[in-house]
Write a protein that binds this ligand. Structure first.
Ligand SMILES: Cc1cc2nc3c(=O)[nH]c(=O)nc-3n(C[C@H](O)[C@H](O)[C@H](O)COP(=O)(O)O)c2cc1C
Length: 345
């Protein structure tokens, strides 16, 4: 049963997307790359942000919650909407709806390995059917326009089930169809996040493409990012878990690009960053959902400090923002007292 969905408008999407080694992107992160987190990352220097993955079918059928994933603001630009789905007609209709609401840049998820997505033949499951990837790509590009869709790939289903015809041939076909850029997370779907990202595969793909290639995979620090760019020749990169753990990874990246040493994070900077994330969450999310989410986000930011397990338990009992703020301040004060000679984390 289809419901009419009211999409939030997406004002001010730009004519081009920033690409390059000094233009770090925030990767699509289901459950994390929401509007408050994107705004936070932009304040630290993220050049482009990608939404959480959005179901094309959910969008077309007006599933509850889908529109929330698309909440945006003029200062949340440039923005790429990531879609998932395996049926060309749904992807085409989803892009048409988004274009009408003002969104201008799209990405197709061809890498998600969670069973819920793979069972629909979407995400990484698409790597088992190259012809369908190309059919979907044609449908999205016909609606979005050439250059306005990117494709985020993995190496294949497993080492025993590589992409039919080879990843390189698939990448070149997408380029020929008018893809704006490609992203490679060089692991197989079977690997999930295990093992090491195979950056050599990024190097090989970058060498044969004429459109930009973005690197993803094991970029936990800005130093990792710069090393990956140097070793692979990728046009640019996107930070995923590195940004989840430390949104200041973007300012560190930009400092390294300028030839400067990034400043070491201090307790006070960490405290300010977390308070800012809370402020953005309170501003841009309604109801208690933002508070529940921040209860799990805060411990991730301070995971390297002693006592984080106790903090997690205390936060679980917090039912208002004041409680959360107090628990954080007391935790950081205790951590600073425990290590009074260093303000660094
Ligand atoms: C919590 C989480 C959620 C993710 N959600 C998405 C997603 O919605 N779409 C997508 O294409 N990739 C998603 N990814 C994959 C990342 O975008 C990225 O490609 C991957 O984490 C490898 O980069 P990293 O090793 O630097 O974290 C997700 C990863 C994590 C950890």
């Amino acid at each position: 049963m289809s419901r009419k969905i009211s999409l939030p408008p997406c004002p001010g999407n730009p004519a081009t997307l920033p690409m390059g080694s000094d233009k770090p992107w925030l990767a699509p992160l289901a459950g994390y790359s929401d509007l408050p987190f994107r705004l936070l990352c932009r304040e630290y220097g993220a050049s482009v942000c990608v939404t959480e993955m959005v179901s094309a079918k959910g969008l077309v059928y007006g599933s509850p919650g889908t529109a929330d994933l698309l909440a945006s603001l003029p200062e949340d630009q440039p923005l790429v909407v990531q879609l998932f789905g395996a049926e060309a007609d749904f992807l085409r209709r989803a892009v048409a709806m988004l274009r009408e609401a003002g969104y201008g840049w799209f990405d197709l998820n061809i890498g998600c390995s969670v069973p819920k997505v793979r069972k629909q033949g979407a995400g990484a499951a698409m790597l088992g059917n190259v012809d369908n990837i190309l059919t979907v790509a044609r449908a999205m590009l016909s609606e979005a326009g050439p250059g306005r869709v990117g494709f985020k790939l993995r190496l294949g289903l497993s080492h025993d089930q590589p992409v039919k015809g080879g990843l390189k041939a698939l990448a070149l076909s997408l380029e020929n169809l008018g893809a704006g850029w490609l992203t490679l997370h060089p692991r197989t779907a079977q690997q999930g996040f295990g093992g090491q990202a195979h950056w050599q595969a990024i190097h090989e793909l970058a060498a044969c493409l004429h459109i930009p290639l973005l690197a993803s995979g094991d970029l936990f620090t800005a130093e990792d990012g710069l090393r990956c760019l140097a070793e692979t020749g990728a046009t640019g990169l996107m930070y995923a878990r590195g940004a989840m753990q430390n949104p200041a990874i973007f300012s560190a990246h930009l400092a390294l690009c300028r030839g400067e040493s990034p400043s070491f994070p201090e307790h006070s900077a960490l405290h300010a960053m977390i308070l800012r994330h809370m402020e953005l969450a309170r501003q841009h999310c309604t109801g208690k959902a933002a508070l529940w989410k921040m209860r799990s986000v805060v411990p991730r930011y301070v995971r390297a400090l002693p006592g984080v397990r106790d903090l997690r338990q205390r936060l679980c009992r917090c039912t208002d923002w004041q409680g959360l703020t107090d628990a954080l301040s007391e935790f950081l004060l205790a951590a600073a007292c425990e290590n009074p000679t260093s303000k660094r984390i």
